[in-house]
Design a protein around this ligand. Structure first.
Ligand code: TYM
Length: 331
């Protein structure tokens, strides 16, 4: 039987956080053998906010090395750079003609990013979710493993798939977001009701995958909590709940086990334990990423064979779409 298809991507912008790892990349690794996976580096999405070109290039390669260091196996899945497969932009154009301006303007991330980059509310920013739909639909993906913040975008992809199929006949698989419990929304360490973000201006709010051990431990020590010294995941304790989620995601223990392990223990001890478990996990990933970054030839070859594999799959969908919408394809 053919394997089901999984698609996901991360933008090569800013410093990746443990939120990106827990919400996305970590789950990809567990899926790569069971599914036919396409994992991209979304550089075309990245330029919807201003990027320094040399930095974007450097971060693209760093992200490829990071995927591999986290355990993505390029033999098992297509690991590639989005801009290497032009079908993404081509399908996005067709999907644009099915997307209503009002629906794109209602997207939460568009509104947030417009507020944050008020001097650069460009068409690309508004079109971001349509390009994302093109990414997903090109590969006929069944599942899209993402963090909770991307749910609305995957829902738009579903709507566009259904709309296209309705208008032109069955063409796209209707994808489903796959949002893991616990790690779906890792919160800021400084404002635990907000998501941890790579673009947060306060460096203590986010733990970056590149942070060294001392920095990781210091950031957790300074994490905002409450004052009742009880390590339980409760709705009125967003700070401690977030730390427990992080602890569980990195140690593999269940919430119940973690709450039990820290019963009667103070926040100081708990925060140190969270910092240690995270730092222990990050150290080998960082070392492997560094080793891979020295292997430029290998990285470049891996990405080009990933792109070829992606292109073969994407081309099939795109030509079907072009036929369905009535583009003349020759006799
Ligand atoms: P990006 O780079 O902003 O985020 C990458 C992934 O990390 C998840 N994430 C989080 N998960 C849990 N807690 C957090 N604090 C947290 N912060 C980020 C995001 O949900 C995402 O899964 N638009 C996508 C990139 C993309 C894409 C796609 C994803 C482009 N095309 C097609 C899926 C399918 C994004 O948010 O990237």
């Amino acid at each position: 039987m053919e394997k089901k298809i999984v698609y996901s991507a991360v933008q090569p912008t800013g410093n990746l956080t443990i939120g990106n790892y827990v919400g996305a990349i970590r789950n990809w690794v567990t899926m790569q053998n069971e599914y036919d996976c396409f994992f991209a580096i979304a550089d075309m999405h990245a330029i919807t906010v201003r990027q320094e070109p040399a930095e974007l290039r450097r971060r693209t390669l760093e992200l490829a090395a990071l995927y591999l260091a986290c355990g993505i196996d390029p033999a098992a899945c297509a690991l590639y750079v989005q801009s290497h497969v032009s079908a993404h932009a081509e399908l996005a154009w067709v999907l644009n003609t099915l997307t209503y301006v009002g629906e794109a303007a209602r997207m939460t991330q568009f509104k947030d990013k417009s507020a944050k980059h008020a001097d650069n509310i460009n068409m690309g920013l508004m079109d971001y979710p349509v390009l994302m739909a093109a990414d997903i639909l090109l590969y006929q993906a069944e599942y899209v493993p993402v963090g909770a913040d991307q749910k609305q975008h995957v829902e738009l992809s579903r709507d566009l798939a259904i709309r296209f199929n309705h208008r032109y006949g069955e063409t796209f698989k209707v994808p489903e977001p796959l949002i893991m419990k616990g790690g779906a929304k890792i919160a800021s360490l400084q404002e635990p009701t907000k998501k941890m973000s790579k673009s947060d201006e306060n460096p203590n709010a986010s733990v970056y995958l590149s942070d060294d051990r001392d920095t990781v431990i210091r950031k957790f020590k300074r994490a905002v909590t409450d004052s009742d010294n009880c390590v339980r995941a409760l709705p009125d304790k967003p700070g401690i709940t977030n730390l427990l989620n992080i602890y569980c995601a990195f140690s593999g223990s269940s919430l119940e086990e973690a709450e039990k392990a820290f019963e009667g223990k103070g926040y100081g001890e708990f925060k140190l334990a969270v910092g240690e478990v995270v730092a222990d996990k990050l150290a080998p990933v960082q070392a492997e990423q560094k080793r891979l970054l020295a292997e430029k030839q290998f990285l470049s070859e891996t990405l080009s064979s990933g792109a070829e594999r992606a292109f073969r799959a994407a081309r099939k969908t795109l030509s079907k779409v072009y036929r369905k919408v009535g583009f003349y394809r020759g006799e």
